[in-house]
Write a protein that binds this ligand. Structure first.
Ligand code: TNX
Length: 698
């Protein structure tokens, strides 16, 4: 027996596998793997999916500089059926690399697909393949991503390259939020006027579902009802509640480009509404074979229901929560009759739903407490709170959230942000969301036992809402955080490592590039150029990052109005017509240079030493005059004005650091000024150096 070799050569595997044992020796990376025919013949569907996955792997090997000769790969599946990925599939696999051959063993096809993804990562990691065995299986069965093509349409190629990346990260659910106030992206054949100009046709969706299934990914559509329906009601005003005089409240309803909660709601009791729901469900079921359908249920505005006498109990006011529960019970019955299951946002939680069979699945998003409310009431739960990518939080923060962590731990993590550097300007807004904790299962005595043991805890889903995301900005927003979350969902907690996640996630992005799946950095570089920032100034911008939470989406005026309880009439800085082409749109949510500083300080490096190192790094950016050669129109593009302001702020920080290093006193107001966001940008190093500079606000 050889002594067991180091497992370091398996480190490129991302997310981290459950178990690795390294053997001595290496194998050549082949130009192609040829499959050794299995002893038992497989059904055509499984064979086709396996062959296509192998072809994709071989396609990636074509990019390998050291590949030579053909390799053989033996694939053994205990149950080769499994025509499409489904919740509860056994996704485990064993991958064995020997000097002469590779073998994969898995209970089902899903595991083989994961094994081939892992093999691809190993192949592209170096000049030789490490010999050894990987035994892997996911921690959670539901590892999802929600995208929102309703607010900004996402063309199919964007969805396909997202699926390519998801497969590499072993994610297995793409949830498409197809409808909202601003758009309806499902081209219904029964109701052609519902669809927005840009919408997915049934044939396109069927193709997308097949593309995803080939990669072991389920697609779950969301039809958001009974709220978030402004777009629907502009086409079908008859589906809205009637006022006291019998008029539809949606009469004359104009299409909306605005963000935020809208008043429009369906009349949940009307026969024509229920009939339309049945038809739309039939159409959705025809395109999306997955057992689960998401039917929204979030942020249902009470106004129209309350104004509609027909919705009130005789002699009583309208009970909106009961009405919504009744509507959900109807949807549940319709889905059950079609052999499907209902998934809804956590606002839909209601005692009347707790007894329904099969149980209604709840997607938690309003903070940690609704997870335990759902689980305690017997609902299966998909956890999304902690994984909202539109809040512009850094990867390591999301990584800290374990979907199964005890509730008090999650609440403490939520509260940590209130004190975190860079969150001062939005902390009051974040506190406003603490109202979501009302009615919580006792934080001290949450779900009995450990949440991980709760049979209903299915896993998690990262959500990237689309108000500030379009097809040009999606990749950077997604891939700078999603890998960390994917590892949290896939890997055992003891295999997760916060101290290396940033570096490993960065290496994963590099893998996506080398594999020809997506080049996020190059996209960012080109987008900044297009935004009008010459390459020479890109380095300066690595010290800046967007403000947090809903700060940018709401703007400060609407944020203050929200805190005062009068948000609705306020204008917001963005709507669907505002192009997402600014500098801020192409900066990652965590400044890379700021993140290096953060990690150094968190490791315990002296701030003084770090401040000195930072000064050396940014010195070249501050030297010389601010000169940018302009091509094109003589007037400076707005991007350059932003860059110029950024440079002024960085120079101000540099001066404060110089003074402090020289032992002079630093004006606290000057430090405070640098902590303020400007043009929605934060100067990251100021946030981390503020305590040392001695000017931190109280
Ligand atoms: C709330 S999260 C919504 C969405 C917004 C999102 C922004 C949820 C179920 N509803 O309509 O896009 O906030 O984060």
């Amino acid at each position: 027996m050889f002594e067991s070799a180091s497992t370091a050569s398996f480190d490129p595997l991302f997310p981290r596998p459950k178990y690795v044992s390294a053997a001595s020796g290496t194998a050549t990376v082949p130009v192609a793997f040829l499959r050794v025919p299995a002893a038992t013949p497989w059904p055509a569907a499984a064979l086709g999916r396996c062959e296509r996955a192998l072809a994709r792997l071989n396609g990636q090997l074509a990019r390998h500089p050291d590949a030579q000769g053909n390799g053989s790969i033996e694939i053994e599946i205990a149950a080769p059926a499994a025509p499409a990925p489904a919740l509860g599939a056994n996704e485990a696999y064993e991958l064995n690399v020997a000097e002469t051959a590779v073998s994969i063993r898995a209970p089902e096809l899903s595991g083989v697909l994961h094994a081939l993804e892992s093999l691809a990562q190993l192949c592209l990691a170096g000049s030789r393949l490490p010999c050894g065995t990987v035994r892997d299986a996911p921690r959670f069965v539901w590892r999802g991503l929600m995208l929102d093509p309703a607010r900004h349409f996402l063309p199919l190629p964007v969805l396909r390259r997202t699926l390519d990346g998801m497969a590499a990260a072993h994610l297995n659910v793409l949830h498409l939020h197809l409808t909202d106030d601003q758009g309806f992206r499902f081209a219904s054949e029964a109701y052609p006027t519902l669809a927005s100009e840009q919408a997915y046709g049934p044939a396109e969706l069927t193709e997308l579902v097949a593309y995803a299934a080939d990669r072991g990914i389920r697609i779950i559509p969301e039809l958001d009802v009974p709220g978030h329906v402004t777009h629907m009601l502009t086409a079908m005003p008859q589906w809205a509640p009637r006022d006291g005089s019998g008029q539809s409240l949606a009469l004359g309803l104009a299409p909306t480009v605005r963000f935020g909660v809208h008043e429009a709601t369906l009349d949940p009791l009307r026969d024509d509404v229920r009939g339309a729901m049945r038809t739309l469900l039939d159409e959705l079921c025809a395109c999306f074979p997955d057992e689960y359908l998401h039917l929204g249920g979030d942020e249902v505005h009470a106004d129209w229901w309350q104004r509609s006498p027909a919705l009130a109990e005789p002699g009583n006011a309208v009970d909106c929560a009961a009405l919504q529960a009744d509507f959900n019970a109807f949807l549940h019955a319709e889905l059950t009759a079609r052999g499907r299951r209902l998934l809804v946002w956590d606002e839909a939680l209601h005692p009347a739903l707790a007894t329904l069979k099969p149980p209604v699945t709840i997607q938690n998003w309003r903070g940690a407490t609704t997870r335990d409310q759902a689980l305690a009431a017997g609902h299966p739960c998909v956890v999304s709170s902690g994984y909202y990518l539109d809040l512009h939080y850094p990867a390591h923060w999301h990584y800290g959230f374990d979907p199964a962590a005890p509730q008090p731990e999650l609440l403490a993590l939520e509260d940590e942000l209130l004190e975190a550097p860079g969150y001062e300007s939005v902390a009051d807004g974040m506190r406003w969301t603490h109202q979501w904790r009302r009615g919580a299962v006792d934080p001290a005595a949450p779900v009995p036992g450990h949440p991980e043991d709760a049979p209903g805890l299915l896993g998690g889903e990262a959500c990237l809402w689309g108000e500030l995301v379009d097809s040009a900005t999606l990749d950077l927003r997604l891939w700078t955080r999603l890998p960390a979350i994917a590892e949290r969902f896939w890997s055992q907690p003891e295999r997760c490592d916060p101290s290396t996640i940033d570096a490993r996630a960065e290496a994963f992005l590099d893998y996506l590039r080398r594999a020809g799946r997506n080049d996020i950095r190059e996209r960012q570089r080109e987008a900044l150029l297009q935004a009008g920032v010459p390459e020479a100034w890109h380095a300066l911008l690595t010290w800046f990052e967007p403000i947090k939470w809903y700060g940018r989406l709401l703007g400060m005026t609407a944020l203050r109005a929200r805190l005062a309880g009068a948000e609705m009439p306020q204008a917001r800085p963005y709507d669907t017509t505002v192009p997402l082409t600014g500098v801020i749109d192409h900066l990652p949510v965590e400044s890379p240079a700021g993140a290096r500083l953060r990690r150094a300080l968190q490791r315990g490096d002296a701030a003084e030493m770090q401040a000195g190192a930072c000064r050396e790094q940014w010195a070249p950016l501050l030297q010389g005059a601010f000169e940018i050669q302009q091509q094109g129109p003589p007037e400076a593009p707005p991007a350059l004005a932003i860059v110029r302001d950024c440079r002024v702020r960085l120079a101000a920080l540099d001066a404060l650091c110089a003074a402090r290093l020289a032992g002079s006193a630093v004006d606290p107001d000057a430090v405070s000024a640098l902590l303020e966001p400007q043009a929605d940008l934060l100067l990251a190093p100021a946030l981390w150096l503020a305590p040392w500079l001695g000017g931190e606000r109280e």
